[in-house]
Design a protein around this ligand. Structure first.
Ligand code: NAD
Length: 490
């Protein structure tokens, strides 16, 4: 059991001596106590990160950092099974999903190791200027100290999306995981400790949003804030960043549409619709939670979809064959049940689910839930539920589908399914979203940019864009003219 903070390469007790408990959402039992970091702990961590940046890490080569990232990936690989089990206990997700996530997290460290190596070759890139008396080259330098705040839906994976590119770029990190799922982040610290990552390069401070996240977002020695979470918290982070003009990137919520045309293969459509909304209990920022189905196949598709949703096995993530685990917390379950009540009151038709499964007495479980034809201005159609709740509406024309999909304050993702590639391309181009899936929903790759338009966020993670989040661009311009400049001194 790790119940200490990881600051400056040391395991330390929280300065104020506070702790909170993290629960197993399938059993509602306490797993362990976790240190409640405070402003003092954040200050220690940020100062350690500053020193580590100024005294070596910030000046190291990409190749050196690549070696560290690869060592970290190998260390995590050795702990893969234990990490997956811990993720299931802390978050609730089914074990195969946790195994998938941990594998992806390791892949993310390896991928950014590659980009760190390439960075050395891209350094001092010459830039042609229109005036031959000047020579210019471009440097890409690490941004400094990164304060990173992450949510609970993919605990170690979200940590890797933040930590790997930052370290690859040469930034140092203070990471605050979600108070609901802090355990695998502490294991990441343990892995860093085992490989002997230089002190202060990676600091992990567990704690509550108001007590640890907020001081991190306000600390004057933090150069960059990277946040994934809800829109209201994102707005607070943005205000904090505004106070001293910190660089920020925000990955926020979504209410993504899945458009299915009547030429689509019904089995494939059902499969991807289910994957798009019930994977990870629907607690996915990019979940395709609004289904837009063309009139021609609507009744047949819905019949198949409801039947398949009812067949999903619900239970503890550790049980074999389970495809839907509990939601992460009591609060999240209550929130989702609240949405169900509101949807019913607003007149949407409940096709299946909407309640806790009768056979499970404990745990924060809810059945896969599908509502038909909520009003376009209803809360259930507009707001992010972050649970296994799908809303369905019908459309007639391609133009209607695009208009309905885009009528949202969010713009994270979208999906389209059609046998006509030209139509799929037109729809993909028409969607105002940062991620569009054609004939599928959700597959995510370390190489491809991740992030949203509108209120879904600012900036992109993953791929080379993720590395750019932690790099400053510097021009170095040299006068090489043979004549004196001759402006003042004629
Ligand atoms: P949240 O905003 O409640 O919390 C996210 C993190 O912020 C947690 O670590 C929390 O402790 C911290 N926090 C809370 N208040 C804070 C404050 N005042 N200052 C600084 N930090 C604070 O979100 P959540 O409930 O953990 O996650 C769910 C949300 O995350 C959903 O809206 C979902 O869409 C979004 N999300 C987005 C992506 C993406 O890539 N776009 C990925 C995963 C989750």
């Amino acid at each position: 059991m790790r119940d200490q903070l990881y600051i400056n390469g040391q395991w330390v007790n929280p300065d104020l001596g506070g702790y909170f408990e993290t629960l197993d959402p399938a059993t509602e039992e306490v797993i362990q106590r976790v240190p409640a970091g405070s402003e003092e702990d954040i200050d220690h961590a940020v100062r350690a990160a500053r020193r580590a940046f100024d005294n070596g890490w910030g000046q190291s080569s990409g190749a050196e950092r690549a070696d560290w990232l690869e060592a970290l990936a190998t260390e995590l690989e050795g702990r893969q099974d234990a990490l997956a089990l811990l993720e299931v206990r802390d978050n609730g997700k089914p074990l195969p999903e946790a195994q998938w996530d941990i594998g992806d997290a390791i892949g993310c460290f390896r991928y950014y190791a590659e980009l760190a190596r390439e960075l050395d070759q891209q350094q001092n890139e010459p830039l042609a200027l229109p005036d031959e008396r000047f020579r210019c080259h471009i440097r890409r330098e690490p941004i400094g100290v990164a304060g990173q705040i992450i949510p609970w839906n993919y605990p170690l994976l979200m940590a890797s999306w933040k930590v790997a590119p930052a370290l690859a770029a040469g930034a140092t990190v203070v990471l605050k995981p979600s108070e609901l799922t802090p355990l695998t982040a502490l294991e990441l610290a343990a892995a860093a400790d085992t490989i002997g990552l230089p002190a202060g390069v990676l600091n992990i401070v567990t704690g509550l949003g108001a007590d640890a996240g907020s001081p991190l977002s306000q600390h004057p020695q933090v150069d960059k804030l990277a946040f994934t979470g809800s829109v209201p918290t994102g707005a607070k982070i943005m205000s904090a960043a505004a106070a001293d003009i910190k660089n920020i990137s925000l990955e926020l919520g979504g209410k993504s549409a899945f458009i299915v045309f009547d030429d689509a293969d019904i089995d494939a459509a059902v499969e991807w619709i289910l994957f798009g909304i019930f994977w990870n209990q629907g607690q996915v920022c990019s979940a395709t939670s609004r289904l837009l189905v063309q009139q021609g196949i609507a009744s047949k598709l819905l019949e198949r979809l409801v039947e398949a949703a009812r067949a999903i096995t619900i239970g503890s993530g550790l049980e074999q064959g389970v495809l839907l685990g509990p939601l992460v917390s009591k609060g999240q379950l209550e929130k989702v049940l609240g949405f169900v009540e509101q949807a019913t009151r607003s007149g949407a038709r409940l096709l299946t689910g909407g309640k806790r499964p009768a056979h499970l007495e404990r745990g924060y479980f809810i059945e896969p839930t599908i509502f038909d034809e909520p009003a376009e201005n209803s809360i259930i159609w507009r707001e992010e539920v972050f649970g296994p709740l799908l809303c369905v509406k019908r459309f007639n024309t391609e133009e209607d589908a695009i208009r309905m999909a885009n009528a949202s304050r969010f713009g994270l993702a979208g999906a389209v399914m059609s046998a006509d590639p030209q139509r799929a391309t037109r729809v993909a181009n028409g969607l105002r979203a940062g991620i569009v899936w054609v004939n599928c929903s959700q597959p995510t790759f370390n190489q491809a940019p991740w992030g949203g338009m509108k209120q879904s966020g600012i900036g992109r993670e993953l791929g080379r864009w993720g590395l750019d989040n932690y790099l400053e661009v510097k021009q170095v311009t040299e006068y090489i003219g043979t004549e004196p400049w001759g402006w003042y001194l004629k």
